[in-house]
Design a protein around this ligand. Structure first.
Ligand code: FES
Length: 259
């Protein structure tokens, strides 16, 4: 188990307060609220945004970049687009100092102890983890579903392409890319080329470094390309305007348990 590291003096963090500290070179957001100290990595698990300077509401802090929320007591991700917890730390108060130790995933938070004049205060119990999914889960392999449903045989249109793309699901969230709000534009060439009509799709990602990106692009091309009248499929990744959670449909929100 890691050792506790002294990161600040208690006097440096009056209540309510926030402080950016370091543990083994990693930025850590330290909070003092309601008589308790809490610490989590100052890193949003969606795309690395810093957290400490954001507004704190009760025990929830929202990433300023795309709005993911985290519980400062446990690091649990509470809302999209983050799906993984950020790391939490155990806190110990001793000799007027604040000490942190990376919390092991298998253990719950420990009671905060103090050898100073401050009273010992328990850390709140860890709530249930937010909905998460393995990052290694395969994406839905598209095309077969459209063939089975007959979509690939229907008259080609933008609406039909969007319907076909509902067969492509984000491998982490298990929600289709249309309901996630990732499809910005669909353009179908009016005149067919030798091999069929060209389809251009403007697609975004929930973050520029989305690890599922190549897989989603490949599945998008395969799915739309399965239509009998489609020739080439071009997928253009656009990051402007940036994706935000409010682009999701109600169906996606229901699926992710977001209200
Ligand atoms: S980087 Fe935090 S929500 Fe995107």
């Amino acid at each position: 188990m890691a050792e506790f590291t002294r990161v600040a003096d208690v006097s440096e963090l009056p209540e309510p307060g926030k402080l950016l500290v370091e543990v083994d070179g990693d930025p850590v957001a330290l909070f003092h609220i309601d008589g308790h100290f809490h610490a989590i990595d100052d890193v949003c698990t969606h795309d690395g945004g810093p957290l400490v300077d954001s507004e704190l509401v009760d025990h929830t802090i929202a990433c300023p970049r795309h709005g993911a929320k985290f519980d400062i007591r446990t690091g649990a991700a509470l809302s999209m687009p983050a799906i993984r917890a950020t790391r939490a730390y155990d806190v110990k108060l001793e000799s007027g100092g604040i000490f942190l130790r990376l919390r092991e995933a298998s253990t719950g938070p420990v009671s905060q102890t103090t050898a100073s004049a401050m009273p010992a205060v328990p850390v709140a119990a860890q709530p249930a983890a937010s909905p998460t999914a393995s990052t290694t889960a395969p994406a839905t392999v598209a095309g077969g579903g459209n063939a089975a449903s007959g979509l690939a045989e229907q008259a080609l249109s933008e609406d039909l392409v969007r319907e076909m793309l509902k067969e492509v699901k984000d491998p982490e969230l298990f929600v289709n890319i249309v309901d996630l709000g990732l499809i910005y534009n669909v353009t179908i060439a009016s005149e067919p080329a030798d091999n069929g009509r060209q389809v251009a799709i403007d697609m975004t990602m929930t973050s520029p470094a989305c690890p599922a990106g190549p897989q989603l692009i490949a599945d998008t091309k395969r799915t739309v390309g399965s239509h009998r009248d489609v020739g080439d499929v071009e997928v253009r990744i656009v990051m402007e305007p940036p994706w935000t959670p409010d682009r999701m449909t109600d169906a996606a929100r229901d699926q992710l348990g977001i209200f």
